[in-house]
Design a protein around this ligand. Structure first.
Ligand SMILES: [Zn+2]
Length: 414
């Protein structure tokens, strides 16, 4: 049985008690302590974990990870909360937000259930930072005429910005998206302002985490687009997009989806987009992700017994210059040990012989060298040594070639 540690108190006129909400700031911002209560002028406060909250800032889970009373509200109470919120920010039946309501600051609000901002015309800057959306949230067909901020917000259920129009910047830093998020635009839209709706001018999503699907299809990114340090648990969808030259993606280790059948297609679209803007590094990364997804979504033979497997392990599909060199050193040590242990060659000479197979490959087939080795070893050992030395030369040449190709790819012009 869930234990509720919550009281609802009417403390009208009680100076000591005020909503304790403190805004979480960006790392480079300074916290300004204030004696004022939060932005909402609410008389009824709710006690959770020994602290008072207004209904808008009250969390739905307490410190013991138990549901608070707000977390157990039924649909009727959630609807009343939503009505109260729309009333206090001044959105009425005309679905317009002008910033002239009682409150124009939405920071830190915990929306306890489904919330619907569809078709709302946001005519003033909107700040949803530090908000928590517990249920599904809908911004479908909404218009943001000014800047919109969702920094540090959490979206627990699916979130929809489908066909949304963003006239200015969109800040989405440090967000946590636990289900799908949809920024798609449809070309079948019957809006008169189709061209404006398709465009996203600047978008900053750095440091956000996307656990579910993320869709950005058919958007034209006309300005700086920042996904640095983002984590994508499923491959993001950018079908039909036009990306800006100033687009930044996280390192490819932050793309965790490399085994689903759709991932291969989505990474291919991103690779082609990066090719269009001549971004060699990201193009290489998405090529590696594309190939890895193709390999891991195939059968056992393609997964582990294919050239693709060797290419990935040796040079991350041509994106790593150093990895082939490190593997080359490992092989050099391995073969040195073999010559020393199995052919009774002095250790220093074994290392020297091993290096020789790298810098002067296939010398064991050189007539002078063969004559010299033939005198030292019996026929069977001589043949085995030649085979192993040849194998080392082949592997070494392949690794050196992979390293040169990776460097060539990275610095290629045109
Ligand atoms: Zn509050």
């Amino acid at each position: 049985m869930i234990k509720i540690k919550l009281e609802v108190l009417n403390i009208k006129g009680h100076q000591m008690n005020k909503c304790c909400y403190k805004h979480k700031l960006l790392p480079n911002e300074e916290l300004i302590e204030s004696e004022e209560s939060c932005q909402f002028d609410v008389e009824e406060l709710i006690l959770v974990d020994g602290k008072y909250f207004c209904q808008f800032h009250c969390p739905v889970i307490n410190d013991q990870k138990e549901l608070t009373e707000k977390g157990m509200w039924n649909d009727e109470k959630i609807d009343r909360f939503n009505d109260d919120f729309f009333e206090v920010i001044g959105i009425t039946d005309d679905r317009e937000f002008t910033g002239e309501g009682k409150v124009d600051d939405f920071r830190g609000v915990v929306f306890p259930g489904e919330i619907d901002f569809s078709d709302v015309q946001f005519k003033a800057p909107v700040d949803f930072s530090n908000c928590e959306f517990i249920g599904e949230s809908y911004f479908t067909d909404a218009v943001f005429s000014d800047d919109v901020i969702f920094t540090y917000s959490t979206f627990r259920k699916s979130t929809n910005f489908y066909n949304c129009r963003f006239d200015r910047g969109l800040d989405f830093l440090y967000c946590m998206v636990l289900e799908s998020i949809n920024f798609q635009y449809t070309n079948k839209s019957d809006h008169e302002d189709q061209e404006e709706r398709q465009v996203i001018k600047t978008i900053n999503m750095s440091d956000s985490v996307f656990i579910g699907d993320a869709y950005f299809d058919n958007r034209e990114f006309k300005g700086k687009t920042d996904f640095r340090r983002c984590t994508f648990s499923t491959a993001p969808s950018f079908y039909g997009c036009e990306l800006h030259q100033e687009t930044f993606f996280p390192p490819f280790s932050n793309f965790l989806d490399t085994s689903s059948s759709e991932a291969f297609q989505k990474y291919r679209v991103l690779r082609l987009s990066m090719e269009n803007v001549r971004n060699r590094v990201d193009e290489g990364s998405f090529f590696a992700l594309e190939q890895r997804s193709l390999r891991l979504s195939s059968g056992f033979a393609d997964k582990y017994l294919s050239l693709s497997f060797i290419y990935e392990k040796c040079s991350l599909y041509g994106t790593s210059v150093s990895r082939p060199m490190i593997i080359l050193l490992c092989f050099l040590s391995f073969f040195s040990f073999n010559y020393y242990y199995f052919f009774d060659i002095e250790f220093v000479e074994a290392v020297e012989f091993s290096i020789q197979q790298v810098v002067r490959p296939f010398t064991s087939w050189n007539s002078k060298e063969a004559e010299y080795l033939g005198k030292i070893f019996i026929i069977s050992d001589f043949f085995a040594l030649r085979l192993i030395a040849t194998l080392q030369s082949l592997v070494s040449l392949m690794l050196i070639a992979l390293s040169i190709l990776a460097a060539r790819w990275r610095f290629k012009r045109g």
